[in-house]
Design a protein around this ligand. Structure first.
Ligand SMILES: C=C(O[C@H]1C=CC=C(C(=O)O)[C@@H]1O)C(=O)O
Length: 410
């Protein structure tokens, strides 16, 4: 690939508390959790990938970008220097492009340290440092309505999944449905991003190439030879009072159906990471993770990298986990293609960032919507189906999972 060489310069700055207000209203780039993270402005380089090799191609292209770059980074911290935001399609045959985007300006904030990184084509003029805050545009309301798969259609799809599992075709499949709407012209999507970040501060709030959401699931984080992941699968609604809420968490923790659903997801992550790690551990038993809209069953995984893989190599190895596809993977993907009458696009694919040393943070793009340049919005939510699943309950679970996006846009 013939790549434009980049010059990169990171400078410390005084505290900037409002990453979202720095963003461009039309092309916001954001990776944030608990008010810390990375805001990207403008585009220095955009790389697109598609097909079965989209992630391994991105890993190769990124090594070339890094090799050709001249970087001045006195801070040398996680998230400083050259980096790209990325979002990858779920399916090998998706019509949606997978992207790596290197912004012209990145503003970062972590542990009270703030910095700005400027990136430009070598030999050209460096970009300005636009540290102005842009107030949010007018309020808007958007109704998201059933898309290609209606609630009835979803019940039928789940019933078909259960039939196939009962016939021993596969053990688990994750089936999703879609909601669609249209944003009024000139809507400032940063409003919805702010709502997501405020409502779900412990999740990864992201915006990459029109994909916006707040994900609780860390696909992989690679930092100086250590890797970690948070595997989620198994869901219960929150209780209406404290006692009911505790009972809901307990019911989730002891549900054999959710336990099975969870174990498939953990095993898929461990199997993908083992060849790349010398040492790998998981939290002893799954724990219940409380989110504002629901409870999840969670397992944290930690390991030590043994083969110099970058975070892009790791997402290529991990995707798709059984939290978003199923077990076995090939059978689950075939059934998803058969019964979901829509392209998942980047929903359930990896979203995050990669740095020059290959370290990075990637979530699974859940609780999200894809916003097209013309304002079309498509949101997605899915559920893990196992033998004991019930179509009506799974439909109710998708409603819980849509809540972050429905409220952020409504
Ligand atoms: C597929 C989704 O969630 C996954 C992650 C956590 C819990 C899940 C579940 O309980 O089904 C799913 O595996 C989604 O939010 O669209």
């Amino acid at each position: 690939m013939n790549l434009q060489a980049l010059t990169v310069e990171t400078t410390p700055i005084s505290d900037i508390s409002q990453l979202i207000l720095l963003l461009d209203q039309h092309e916001p780039l954001l990776w944030m959790r608990r008010a810390q993270g990375l805001a990207g402005i403008g585009t220095a380089l955009r790389l697109e990938f598609s097909g079965a090799t989209r992630m391994t191609d991105a890993a190769v292209a990124w090594r070339d970008v890094v090799a050709a770059a001249t970087v001045t980074d006195p801070l040398n911290r996680t998230g400083t220097g050259l980096l790209a935001f990325g979002a990858f399609a779920f399916d090998d045959s998706s019509a949606e492009k997978s992207v790596l985007i290197v912004p012209s300006v990145i503003v970062g904030r972590e542990d009270g340290v703030c910095w700005v990184t400027r990136i430009w084509a070598t030999g050209e003029t460096p970009p300005e440092i636009p540290l102005e805050l842009h107030p949010l545009g007018p309020e808007y309301r958007l109704s998201l309505l059933p898309g290609a798969l209606t609630p009835d259609g979803y019940r039928e799809a789940v019933a078909e999944g259960i039939r196939r599992i009962a016939a021993h075709d596969l053990s688990k499949v994750v089936l999703a449905r879609d909601l669609v709407g249209h944003l009024p012209a000139e809507s400032d999507v940063r409003r919805s991003i702010s709502e997501l970040a405020l409502g779900y501060p412990d999740c990864w709030t992201y915006a990459v190439d029109g994909l916006v959401g707040s994900s609780p699931e860390t696909l992989i984080r690679a930092d100086h030879g250590e890797v970690n992941a948070r595997v989620l699968a198994g869901t219960m609604s929150r209780g209406t009072d404290a006692a009911a809420d505790t009972a809901a968490a307990l019911a989730l923790a002891t549900s054999p159906k959710d336990g099975d659903e969870h174990e498939f997801a953990v095993q898929s992550v461990l199997a993908s990471l083992r060849p790349h790690t010398s040492h790998i551990t998981t939290s002893e038993i799954p724990f219940t993770l409380k989110l504002p809209n629901l409870w999840h069953l969670a397992t944290d995984v930690e390991g030590t990298l043994s083969d110099g893989s970058t975070s892009l190599d790791l997402i290529a190895a991990l995707h798709p986990t059984a939290a978003v596809a199923g077990t076995p993977t090939d059978k689950a993907l075939a059934l998803i293609r058969e019964v979901e009458p829509f392209d998942r696009g980047r929903y359930a694919g990896p979203v995050g960032w990669v740095g020059a040393d290959g370290d990075g943070e990637w979530a699974i793009a859940l609780r999200c919507a894809q916003v097209s340049p013309s304002g079309d919005v498509t949101a997605y939510a899915g559920c893990g189906i196992v033998l004991d699943s019930e179509p009506e309950r799974e439909l109710a679970e998708t409603r819980m999972k849509f809540r972050p996006v429905v409220e952020a846009f409504g």
